[in-house]
Design a protein around this ligand. Sequence first.
Ligand code: SAM
Length: 229
Amino acid sequence: MTNVAAAELNYHHYPLAKYDRDIVNAIPFHRELHEQLLAAIEAHFDVNKNYQVLDLGVGTGLTTELTKNYLPQSTFTVVDFSSKMLQRAKQRLGSANIEYILGDYSLLNFDHQYNLVTSVIGLHHQDSAGKRALFKKIYKLLKPGGLFILGDLMTSANPHLSAANTAYHYHHLVEQATDEQTLTDWAHHHLFLNQLDTIEDHQQWLEDAGFKVEVAFQQWNTVLLVCRK
Ligand SMILES: C[S@@+](CC[C@H](N)C(=O)[O-])C[C@H]1O[C@@H](n2cnc3c(N)ncnc32)[C@H](O)[C@@H]1O
């Protein structure tokens, strides 16, 4: 289940240029996460081929822009339940070889199969049962040999590590926020809206769904998992 409605995320009153800056600043290692995502895509896909790619929680399109630039022959489907975000993604990504879907990915029925499913900072509003169900759904959506690349915030099963990583995350928010309102927004989002699970649970649930999982990046609560069908 998704634990928030799109409206609770406040994107409708967020100036979008500020949002683009803020997502990069508020998520520790957002840039490094994307470098590793591209490295994984580079290792598994041929730039000259046409793949079917699905991005869950496209936001303003920062992740899909990188993937689309790297795989220019491929066909993209992107999903978001915020019309405002989808509108901004359209401005960024254009209309060639891309389908936009407004809706909650946990409720949608997709009628295609994909070579690559990505989601970066897009699944942490699912509760634990929702993540488990989604991993099974994504496994079925992938073609044999397909890849699911999941970049997101995850805690640790080790309570000491988990406490330290959460402290680092808040310290990062305080350091990066440009003003008090931005800090309040980010801290509220992280404390009350995000629903983080441990990296160990993510790995277990992905393996239960059938994936072979590799941890491609892990720093504080920021993790990239590369999951092969
Ligand atoms: C924080 S953005 C990240 C976008 C991009 N990957 C990046 O890193 O900049 C995640 C997006 O996921 C969307 N989202 C969250 N839960 C969703 C759901 N259940 N269905 C569809 N979209 C969802 C939010 O509206 C938001 O736009």
